[in-house]
Design a protein. Structure first.
Length: 80
C-alpha cells in the first residue's frame, strides 16, 4: 500500500465581509450613496458573490485613508 503524502493543515482564514448597509454605516455614508458610487465606478473596492455585494473591512479602511485630506494646520501640527 502506497503511503499518501501528508498535506499541512490549512489555517482557517475568515475574511470579514460587510453587507452594503453595514459598509455604509462603517464609512459614514448612506447605502444609496454607496450603491451609486459602486455603479459609477467610484468608491471602495467590493466583492461580488453571485448577485450579492460585500465589502472587506480592510478595503473600507484603505478607502477612508486614501480620502484623507491634509490641511495647512494638520501639516503644521505633524511637523511640530
Amino acid at each position: 500500500m502506497k503511503q499518501q503524502a501528508q498535506l499541512p493543515a490549512l489555517a482557517t482564514v475568515r475574511i470579514e465581509r460587510l453587507s452594503v448597509p453595514q459598509a455604509a454605516k462603517y464609512v459614514g455614508l448612506s447605502a444609496t450613496t454607496l450603491n451609486k458610487m459602486r455603479c459609477t465606478g467610484r468608491g471602495p473596492r467590493y466583492l461580488k458573490l453571485g448577485s450579492r455585494v460585500y465589502y472587506r473591512r480592510t478595503d473600507l479602511d484603505q478607502y477612508i485613508n486614501a480620502n484623507t485630506v491634509e490641511t495647512t494646520d494638520s501639516r503644521r501640527t505633524a511637523a511640530a
